[in-house]
Each structure stands twice: as C-alpha cells, then as structure tokens.
Design a protein around this ligand. Structure first.
Ligand code: NIG
Ligand code: FE
Length: 421
C-alpha cells in the first residue's frame, strides 16, 4: 500500500536525517558521519504536518502516491536537512542596544553598563511601552529572519517585562506564534528597574516571582519551561531555588542561565532540579559539569554571546568528554547576541569549542529538539513533524566551512512550504 503525500522534496544531492545516535565522545568516533544518516539523491515525502517517507528519491517515489495537486520540488545541489532548532533565544525584544556594544568595545563591562541603567533594564523599558501588536509584529519578523537560515523551531523567553501583567502578555504574544515557538518564563532575569537599589525591593521581587507571578504564569498556561539567570550579576542559587522548586511541583521544568560570568553553583542546582538544560556555562568548572552529566542535563552553548562579549568560548570538547550532551543556540537578544543565524553558531562550535562537524549538526537539530522535549522534531523520520530545511550547502562538511551562515532556499514548517528565490 502506498502512503498518500501532498508534498515531495526530491533529488537532493545530499539528505541528512540526523536519525542516528551520537556516540559518547571518543576521539575519532566524533568524526564518523554515520549518525547523520546521509542519503544521496535524497527525498522526503510529507502528508499535511507529518513526514511519511524519507530515503533515496526512487524509493520514496515508490512508497508514496501523490495526491491531486501535490507540490513536487527538485532540490538539486542544495541539502535537505531537519528544520533547525534554536533552543535558547530572547527574541521577544523591541529596539536595539548598539550604543552599549560600542561602550563594551571601548572596555566597559556588562555589569557596569547594567549598573548605569543600560542592559536588561533598557529593554524592559522598551518592551513595556510597546503594544501587543507591535510586539507580535516584531517577533514574527524576527522568526521569519531565522527561517531564512533554516530554523523552524525557536525557544523564546519572556524576561524583558519583569512585572506580572507584562510577563503574562509577553508569554501570550510568544505563544500566539503557534507551534514553531517554545515559550519560557524568565521572571528571574533581573530585578525590575523600579525595585532596584534596595535589599527590600530585591526581596520583594523575589517573593512576587515565587508566588503571585509564578501562579499567574502557570494558570495562564502559555509557558512550557521556566528559566532563571543564576550568575554574579544575576541571582544566587539561594534566591532562585524557591521559585524553581515550586515551578517544578507545578509542572514547569527548568532551563537555566548558568555561569556566564561566574560559577555560583547554578549547574549543581540544574542537576538537583532535573533541569532540561543549563545554558552559557562559560565559567562553569568540572564539578558542575560532572553534576550535569550525572543528572542528564544538556549544555546549551551560546557562542554569539561569548563572541559579542569578547569572552573565551566554553570548552564543548571537555563537556562531551565528561558525558554532557551539547546543544548550540543563538541566544538572540539585544544586549549580548543580536543574531538570527543559527548555522553560524555551528561554525563557532567547530572552530572554537572543539566540536566535530557531526556533533555540530546534532547540536542544532536532534539534540536541540530533545532538550526542548520535542522528540518528533530535529530528525527526518517517518511520523516526525514535517519540519525541513533546504540549505544552500554543497555537503554536510560545509556547515562550518562556509563563513557567515548558509541560507535556506526553502523551509517546511509543520507541513507549510516557504520558498525564496
Ligand atoms: O543570555 N545574561 C542574561 N541574559 C541575556 C542577556 C540579556 C540582555 O543583555 O538583554 C544573555 O546573554
Ligand atoms: Fe540568554
């Protein structure tokens, strides 16, 4: 029996399924492309929002019957890959902070800029002043820009609101983008500007997030995860633990900002909470990484932020050697990583963090989807969600070789095709 399909992408010189398992780190094994599931003259057939067949074009054509009016695309020299998955962004922001970047280039520190009223507080002011419509339009435009690089799933955090009503509004706007986004509640991003400067204001904000704000977020039902900025310039473990423990009891799993500037124990907290991920990790030592490995917490690394801040890149090779799964994401935000281009992060991963190109592919596809609890994405397999990228790359090895970011010539997101000239 042939299975019906209404969309067929075929004759790709190279198709990459990412359907294999990446072996534990062991020198040469990391360079073996077998887990990528490469197929020459590849094709993928889709029925509505599901993949129904993947393989060599001749096989797929034998296995499916195209419905009347089905769309058929000859991919040719481009690559067919899983739609890319960006597992850490703050893409819900308005305005820019280019002036801050200039100050940083001249030597000002991130914490110093924040203390002068720049940083997160500046973006909070801008977001609170924006209408729902303006927020939605801005986010939709940014998601579109990401799609041009093949990204079909994007985690998006709140955290530029820092007030219950505006945090709820942020999550609602993110959620309104549909299945392509994964909304995360980041109330513990910073102390809101109006409560800064006194211990009392800080304590009051922490109590609000742990109580009223968290309750409202859970009731609203728009958030899939909870995040907290556990760092020197952020919050301590003791400050974050009550909110995160309550959130876990209420069904919100954690993905945490940890150790971007200082190791204050966030990796150990992530492990104790059974968090989905601990992200950044520029300054986290072996003890924290070992705790993450033992608890199965994924490391989400953000080379755009390290690059923009002029920091040394985190050592992904070391993390893999200790048994930690590694994911790469853009961290798209107006302060530390104004970046829509997820494939470019893979180049940093390979050239500056010690990943193999095989590992880098997994870090922006299957491993990223898994740490977002989306097991039906990030791979091209029958039954999976129809998220596909047609990338302008000559072969899988070219991912870190082509500088800048390869463009998508087309994407399929939940079965919906978009093509660009
Ligand atoms: O992931 N450091 C905390 N959060 C962001 C930066 C946010 C901002 O500066 O607006 C980050 O780098
Ligand atoms: Fe971030």
């Amino acid at each position: 029996m042939r299975v019906a399909a209404n969309l067929l992408l075929r004759h790709a010189r190279e198709l990459l399924t990412c359907a294999g398992r990446l072996p534990p780190s062991a020198a040469r094994a990391d360079f073996d492309p077998a887990p990528l599931g490469l197929i020459e003259d590849g094709a993928v057939a889709i029925a509505d929002d599901r993949i129904v067949a993947v393989g060599r074009t001749a096989e797929v054509e034998r296995a499916v019957s195209l419905t009347a009016g089905a769309t058929v695309i000859d991919v040719g020299d481009a690559m067919l890959t899983p739609g890319l998955v960006d597992a850490h962004t703050h893409a819900l922001f308005v305005g820019h902070r280019a002036g801050e970047f200039s100050l940083r280039v001249q030597g000002a520190g991130y914490a110093e800029i924040a203390a002068r009223g720049g940083g997160i507080a500046a973006s909070v002011k801008a977001l609170r002043a924006a209408s729902d419509e303006a927020l939605g339009t801005t986010l939709a435009r940014r998601l579109d820009a990401m799609t041009r690089f093949g990204t079909t799933t994007v985690e998006v955090k709140s955290g530029y609101a820092l007030e219950t009503g505006h945090e709820l509004r942020s999550l609602r706007v993110v959620r309104s983008m549909g299945e392509r986004v994964v909304p995360t509640f980041l109330g513990l991003h910073a102390v809101p500007p109006e409560l800064r400067g006194t211990d009392d204001g800080r304590a009051r904000y922490l109590a609000t997030v742990a109580g009223r704000m968290l309750d409202a977020v859970v009731r609203g039902g728009d958030a899939r995860f909870i995040d907290a900025y556990i760092d020197g310039p952020g919050f301590s473990v003791a400050e974050c633990a009550p909110t995160l423990e309550r959130a876990r009891a209420l069904g919100l799993r954690a993905r945490l900002h940890v150790g971007q500037f200082e190791d204050v124990g966030g990796a150990e907290l992530a492990a104790a909470l059974g968090a989905a991920s601990a992200d950044h990790l520029e300054h986290v030592g072996d003890a924290g990484l070992r705790a993450m490995a033992a608890a199965g917490v994924t490391a989400v690394l953000l080379p755009g932020a390290a690059f923009s801040l002029g920091q040394a890149m985190p050592d992904a090779r070391r993390m893999r050697a200790l048994g930690v799964t590694v994911v790469l994401a853009t961290d798209d935000n107006p302060g530390t990583s104004h970046c829509d281009a997820l494939p470019w992060m893979a180049a940093f991963g390979v050239r500056q963090m010690g990943l193999s190109t095989v590992e880098a592919w997994f870090a922006i596809t299957a491993a990223a989807a898994e740490c977002l609890d989306l097991p039906d994405r990030g791979r091209l397999v029958p039954g999976g969600r129809a998220d596909v990228a047609v990338l302008d790359l000559p072969s899988w090895e070219a991912l870190p070789y082509v500088l800048g970011s390869p463009r998508a010539l087309a994407t399929v997101s939940g079965g919906v095709l978009r093509e660009w000239a």
